[in-house]
Ligand binder design. Structure first.
Ligand code: KG4
Ligand code: ZN
Length: 338
């Protein structure tokens, strides 16, 4: 089965062709323009997707040596994400599917991430524990099959990636926050400042909004203003912050391992690119003798290969969609995550 997937939920336009689960092409065009504004500007994002989607589709087909009429399925991310951005990929996919008379499958972006481990050679084994850490979501999921996903915990406020982005902006490291903080924190001591993470009522939930305030208070108390942070203190603040976020993620993940039977652990989403988090979750999995699956960097961030893969599984499970299916902004009801 040949599947063409399109991803346009945020600031990456991506198009992929997979054939029987094998990735033939996965093109990702990142929108650098948002750097100028310190965060994603929705209107600019939609415009950039419009510019990129057609050339990327053409190139992905060329690279994979698949003719458009050899495609069996056309898929696009339908949500959650920026509505204007989603509509570009989704509407293109619908039109393309209609013109080719092929089925069209709308994909939930978070579910794309959840199953992204299956794009790797070593795949997760059901039931697996999935820690989803992206710019908009932080979830602990028990993935029992392609269509049964139990939500055990989630963030009650900011997502882990959002915390990286906000703190990076706050201390002047810029956008995108995750990679900036990681680079600054590399090989630095982690005990320069204490940024405690709040506990939640549900033992598997997260709360990251407090850490931003805690960093702000520290900076105001020590330096008066973020612009006055000495250059040699920036990496130390970044390292202390990063350590604290990773510690919270690992602690909650360990709680789940202790209470639920799982065969594997999978770390997915943009923040799964974080080196310290990758190391710590691998060590945790090893301690509990669990298989660990973390996608390679290209498949941690937003990519269309995960959308194409997820579409195939939904299609194989017998789900059918018509062209009236619309884009949706939040995780909502259009998801197998219950
Ligand atoms: O999954 P993703 O690409 O987009 C969403 O679906 O949100 O995740 C983007 C998030 C951003 O918050 C970004 O700062 C974070 O992933 N990120 C990282 C790293 N690389 C990207 N966070 C920590 N360390 C990184 N190396
Ligand atoms: Zn994502």
């Amino acid at each position: 089965m040949n599947v063409l997937g399109i991803e346009s939920s945020c600031d990456e336009t991506s198009v992929s062709v997979i054939s029987d689960g094998k990735i033939l092409s996965n093109l990702i065009s990142s929108q650098d323009i948002h750097k100028l504004y310190g965060g994603v500007v929705p209107e600019l994002s939609s415009r950039a997707h419009l510019q990129m989607v057609m050339p990327l589709v053409k190139q992905a087909l060329l690279d994979s040596k698949i003719e458009k009429n050899e495609l069996d399925l056309i898929a696009a991310t339908a949500g959650p994400g920026l509505i204007g951005a989603l509509l570009v990929g989704l509407t293109f996919a619908k039109g393309f599917a209609y013109s080719l008379n092929k089925p069209f499958v709308p994909v939930n972006h978070i579910e794309g991430h959840v199953f992204s481990g299956f794009l790797m050679e070593e795949k997760p084994v059901f039931p697996y524990l999935c820690l989803v850490v992206s710019g908009g979501h932080t979830l602990l999921l028990l993935v029992k099959s392609d269509t049964e996903i139990e939500k055990l915990g989630s963030t009650i406020d900011d997502a882990a990636g959002e915390a990286f982005d906000k703190v990076s902006k706050l201390i002047g490291l810029g956008y995108p926050g995750g990679p900036m903080i990681q680079a600054a924190a590399d090989n630095q001591r982690t005990d320069f400042a204490a940024f405690p993470i709040s506990q939640c009522k549900n033992e598997f939930d997260f709360s990251f909004s407090g850490i931003k305030t805690s960093v702000l208070r520290f900076v105001q108390k020590e330096y008066g203003d973020p612009s006055k942070i000495p250059a040699d203190h920036l990496p130390l603040i970044a390292a202390s912050f990063q350590k604290s976020v990773v510690k919270a993620l690992i602690e909650k993940t360990e709680r789940v391992i202790k209470k639920h039977h799982v065969n594997s652990i999978s770390l997915v989403g943009g923040v799964a690119a974080n080196k310290l988090l990758r190391e710590e979750i691998t060590a945790l999995a090893n301690r509990y003798h669990k298989k660990i699956v973390i996608p390679s960097l290209e498949y941690c961030g937003d990519n269309a290969a995960m959308i194409a893969y997820r579409a195939q599984k939904i299609h194989e499970a017998g789900f059918k969609y018509d062209f009236s299916f619309n884009a949706y902004p939040s995780l909502g009801d259009y998801s197998f995550i219950k």
